[in-house]
Design a protein around this ligand. Structure first.
Ligand code: FEO
Length: 407
């Protein structure tokens, strides 16, 4: 647990996490930071839990001492969101020997009981409620459901103008320095991949609710954005707000000027066409990423899928359907609402086709609304005429991606 002062009487407690899967699914090659907060008025409140606390009274006392607090000063817990990366420490509260009042949404209260059996001293907040900590510190509660679970709220402290946003405005990537102004412009820019990875993997499904929550949060005159993951934005809080608005907008189909080439190949026949596609994308000077679906974790595919305006799928027919790893990834892209993309499909078949049919079924059942410019199966290896035909469609895709950027 690392304690950092955010503003007067507002502290962050942060810890880097590596070598685990987020939600037991998502790889985090660069790790993640988990941030919780303490606000000190006449009475003090924990916000978003104390991740990384080892459950001992001694270490809690040690952390609080760095904020010039003791357990006697602590009166409240505000639960912005019950996912255990923020709330699991509540299970160890008894060791403190002090009962704290919990303020949370009614949805959080239900989960609090289900997860930890806690039912007493719980105060359900409604949208717009506030809690006076004394000493000029007042917390305002903003209901922002589904950023990321239905229970989620944000909390705004009015005198420090810090907005505690929980999963919103978060990012993957461990941090040696917590604040935006401690990073060079180059470092902040390179962090964007971690932001998009987090957004697409964790929040993509809830994109409309994220956009709605951001609009709601903007009604508060915050000067600091303090998320549950990633940098605390105190120099340029509007930067992460604008980034998130842009990520939300990608769902409409205009993302980066970029193409994701996602492919799989059993015996190298489809791979021959992938070589042609890669060469064409290079000739077109199109920014692209080529990912072999059997060698790439799902989170990486989602990251690039979310950021790409064009998507080319190359995968063979397998037992009259599409290559199974591709079917699984396409379904997940559908669940994460990667929608409205310009797309192409191609792939080899041996005995009969079938991949295109399932490809279209997956797009339809997930309501992905991809504009498939061309879908082409070829028997065995791609012949010159197949390569020439598909090359023209790749060139057309590049043209249309660029036209979308200009609109
Ligand atoms: Fe950071 Fe949805 O938990």
């Amino acid at each position: 647990m690392r304690v950092e002062k955010v503003r007067e009487d507002v502290y962050a407690v942060t810890e880097n996490l590596e070598g685990v899967l987020f939600e037991g699914i998502w790889e985090m090659p660069e790790g993640v930071s988990v941030n919780s907060y303490v606000v000190k008025g006449e009475k003090a409140a924990f916000i978003d839990g104390i991740f990384g606390w080892d459950g001992s009274r001694e270490s809690m006392n040690e952390a609080l001492a760095q904020m010039d607090l003791t357990l006697d000063d602590m009166e409240y817990i505000v639960i912005n969101h019950m996912e255990p990366d923020h709330s699991s420490w509540i299970a160890d509260l008894d060791v403190l020997g002090k009962e704290l009042d919990i303020y949370c949404s009614k949805e959080s209260a239900g989960t609090l009981k289900a997860f930890f059996g806690r039912e007493d001293r719980i105060f359900i907040i409604e949208d717009g409620d506030s809690l006076d900590l004394g000493g000029g510190k007042r917390l305002h509660f903003i209901k922002t459901p589904n950023i990321h679970w239905p229970d989620t709220i944000m909390t705004f402290e009015e005198s420090s103008k810090v907005l505690f946003t929980c999963d919103a405005f978060g990012s993957f990537g461990k941090l040696d320095h917590l604040f935006d102004d401690q990073h060079t412009e180059e470092e902040r820019a390179s962090f964007e991949t971690q932001q998009i990875r987090y957004f697409s993997n964790i929040l993509g499904t809830f994109n409309p609710m994220v956009a709605r929550g951001i609009e709601k949060a903007k009604q508060f005159d915050f000067e600091v954005v303090a998320p549950g993951h990633g940098m605390v934005w105190r120099e340029d809080p509007q930067r992460i707000v604008k980034d998130y608005e842009r990520y939300c907008s990608y769902q409409k189909g205009v993302a980066k000027e970029k193409v994701l080439l996602l492919w799989g190949s059993m015996y190298g026949m489809t791979r021959k066409m992938v070589d042609v596609i890669e060469k064409t994308l290079e000739e077109e000077k199109m920014d692209y990423v080529s990912l072999n679906v059997t060698e790439t974790d799902m989170g990486t595919v989602l990251e690039h899928g979310w950021a790409s305006t064009g998507i080319i799928i190359a995968a063979p027919t397998y037992e009259y359907k599409i290559f199974p790893p591709m079917a699984a990834v396409l379904d997940e892209m559908g669940r994460k609402r990667i929608q409205n993309r310009l797309a192409l499909y191609t792939g080899s078949y041996g005995w009969s086709g079938g991949a295109i049919k399932e490809f279209e079924e997956i797009l339809a059942r997930n309501r992905m609304k991809w504009e498939v410019l061309h879908a082409m199966e070829f028997n065995g290896r791609p012949l010159d005429k197949d390569k020439e035909e598909f090359t023209q469609h790749v060139r057309e895709l590049c043209k249309m991606v660029r036209e979308k950027m200009d609109k």
